[in-house]
Structures are given as structure tokens and as C-alpha cells.
Design a protein around this ligand. Structure first.
Ligand code: AMP
Ligand code: MG
Length: 315
């Protein structure tokens, strides 16, 4: 398949459709099938399996993502644009956050990425407002930030594990909305993605971690405690979708099929980055003069000059 401008337009149009379909299905979790594949093109080649197809499509999408990322980065470097994008990834354990980062975000230039994973808050973080550590981890101008977990843990884990009184976490929905509103006004495009897996799929992935000695390091017995509270987590996620979609909407991505998940998130990123329409900055350089100066300099690179002359041979 060619990668010409028609192809590019087609990929961007499709990314917009995938975004619309995902958005339409993201208002609540009830009845959302984690094995669904919204927006998947019907005319996929029949002779390659879904995994191979997805890998090659994510590669093509990655090229478009990378090109836009570079322009956004260049604009910030030139000081003409402070815009940035923040991908917020939330999921239960084994939901595929790390895999998404590797497969999708990995297609862009690591120099322009700003990655941050959030675990339980440290003593210092606990001494501050819950948004303090989030604010400190925001992507600088021109960067694409990725949050692997986020401020939403403060109304998910904190709520389900009873780490703060209800009066405290209940207030946080509003605080999160105001915070995100301010970020959006400051030029951050926030793309919030919840990777939605089934209870059964989580069991399979946890088991795979136990079975494979090279994956055992990822297994935490505490994950089973969280799994015991599955229904409460689903309820807490449902409330997040319901209460925190004002400043930036949530996209629930069905994630039992890893190949669909990667493809869908790549499409979501492309739809948002393309909306930003970054162009290379105008650069004010006296190009001809600089060329002439470079041409003059060439003599110095192949002639070392008096300081570097070889020492006189001993008499
Ligand atoms: P993992 O992503 O598997 O490395 O695990 C990180 C753990 O940190 C998860 O169990 C989260 O629930 C927990 N976590 C992240 N943020 C918070 C928070 N603000 N309060 C409590 N636990 C958190
Ligand atoms: Mg974990």
C-alpha cells in the first residue's frame, strides 16, 4: 500500500471516526464489551492475522504521529508555541498500560516524550495536596506527556481501599475538573484513556505472569487484593467517567484484545495531534550568509592551524 498524501488523509479521517465511536461508547462501563472493536475497518486484508495487521497499521500511524510530534517540539523550541499533549492512561492491574506505552508511544521520538508512572504517594507527596505531584510531572511545552496512572488514583485506589475519608475523596472530582480546566486553558490537550478489560482476562494475564518466570517480577500479591474489590473498582471507574468528563472527555478503549487496544490508542492520539495542526516554525536565519560562512570555515577543518602543528622533531 502506498504512503502518499491520499493515504495520509484516509488514515486521519479514519482516526476521527474511531475517536467519535469510542467517545460515543464511553459514558458508562455497564454493558461495554471489553472484546469489542469499534471503528475497525471491514476491508482488512484477509490473509494476515489481526495481530500482524495491527502492528503494521500502528507503524503507519506512528509515522504520522512522529511527524506531528516533531513539529510541535520545533515550535516550542522556537518559542512560538507552548502547546503540548498529555495522554492519561488508567486501567486495573494487567489492563495493558505498559504495553500501550511500548507499542504506541514507542513509535514517537523518545526525546520529545515525557513519561511518568504514579505509584502510591511518597511521604513527601502525602505532605502536599494530591495534585501537587501531578502538577510537577506535567509535560513541558512541545512535549507529549504520558501518565501511567494519574490523579485519578486519588478517587479510585484511595476510595476503594479507604485511604481517605469519603468527605475528602468526594470533593476531589470537582478539584480534578477545575485543575484539568486550567490545564486545557494553558494549552494542554488532555487525552484520557481507560483501558477496559474483563475480570476473566485479568485472571488470564495474572496467571501468565505467574506461569512465566520472566514475567514473575511483574506479579504483585497486592494485585489479588485489588482483584477482590473488582466490583468496587468498576463502580469507582464509572463515577470517574460520569463526574470527570467536562474539561476533557474520557475514552474507554476495549482492551481484552491487545492488538485492538494499540490500534485504537494510536488512532486517538493521531486524531488529537492532527487537530492541533502543528506546522514547522518560521525560522529567521540569514541562510545565504551562514552558508558562505560555513564555506569559509571549511579550510579550518582540514588545516589544524599553528596551535595544532606537530611538535618539532628533536634535534
Ligand atoms: P503499578 O502501576 O502496578 O506499578 O502499581 C502502582 C500502584 O500504586 C497501584 O496499586 C495503584 O493503585 C497505586 N497508586 C497509585 N497512585 C496512588 C494514590 N494516589 N494513592 C494510593 N495508591 C496509589
Ligand atoms: Mg500493580
Amino acid at each position: 500500500m502506498s504512503d502518499g498524501p491520499d493515504d495520509e488523509r484516509e488514515l486521519i479521517a479514519r482516526a476521527g471516526r474511531v475517536r467519535r465511536l469510542l467517545l460515543a461508547g464511553s459514558s458508562e462501563l455497564n454493558g461495554l464489551d471489553p472484546r469489542a472493536t469499534p471503528g475497525l475497518p471491514r476491508n482488512r486484508p484477509k490473509d494476515i492475522d489481526a495481530k500482524t495487521w495491527s502492528r503494521s497499521e500502528v507503524g503507519r500511524l506512528g509515522q504520522l504521529l512522529g511527524a506531528r510530534q516533531e513539529r510541535m517540539f520545533a515550535r516550542a523550541k522556537a518559542g512560538v508555541d507552548r502547546r503540548r499533549l498529555l495522554l492519561v492512561l488508567q486501567a486495573v492491574d494487567c489492563g495493558g498500560k505498559d504495553g500501550t506505552v511500548r507499542s504506541v508511544v514507542g513509535s514517537m521520538d523518545p526525546l520529545g516524550m515525557h513519561l511518568k508512572a504514579f505509584g502510591p504517594p511518597t511521604a513527601e507527596e502525602r505532605a502536599h495536596h494530591f495534585l501537587w505531584r501531578i502538577n510537577n510531572a506535567l509535560p513541558p511545552a512541545g512535549y507529549i506527556g504520558v501518565f501511567n496512572r494519574s490523579h485519578y488514583e486519588d478517587v479510585l485506589a484511595v476510595r476503594v481501599k479507604d485511604l481517605a475519608p469519603k468527605s475528602v475523596w468526594r470533593r476531589r472530582y470537582g478539584e480534578i475538573n477545575s485543575f484539568e480546566d486550567a490545564l486545557v486553558n494553558d494549552g494542554i490537550t488532555i487525552v484520557k484513556v481507560m483501558l477496559h478489560i474483563s475480570y476473566e482476562e485479568q485472571a488470564e494475564r495474572l496467571l501468565a505472569r505467574l506461569d512465566d518466570p520472566s514475567k514473575r517480577w511483574k506479579f504483585s500479591p497486592a494485585d489479588l487484593d485489588d482483584r477482590d474489590h473488582w466490583a468496587e473498582y468498576q463502580q469507582a471507574y464509572g463515577d470517574v467517567l460520569d463526574k470527570c468528563s467536562a474539561a476533557a472527555p474520557w475514552y474507554v478503549v476495549p482492551a481484552d484484545r491487545k492488538w485492538y487496544r494499540n490500534w485504537a490508542v494510536a488512532n486517538l492520539l493521531l486524531a488529537h495531534l492532527d487537530d492541533m495542526r502543528p506546522t514547522y516554525p518560521e525560522v529567521d536565519l540569514a541562510v545565504d550568509e551562514l552558508r558562505a560562512r560555513l564555506a569559509g570555515n571549511q579550510v579550518r577543518t582540514d588545516h589544524a592551524g599553528p596551535d595544532n602543528d606537530p611538535p618539532e622533531p628533536p634535534a
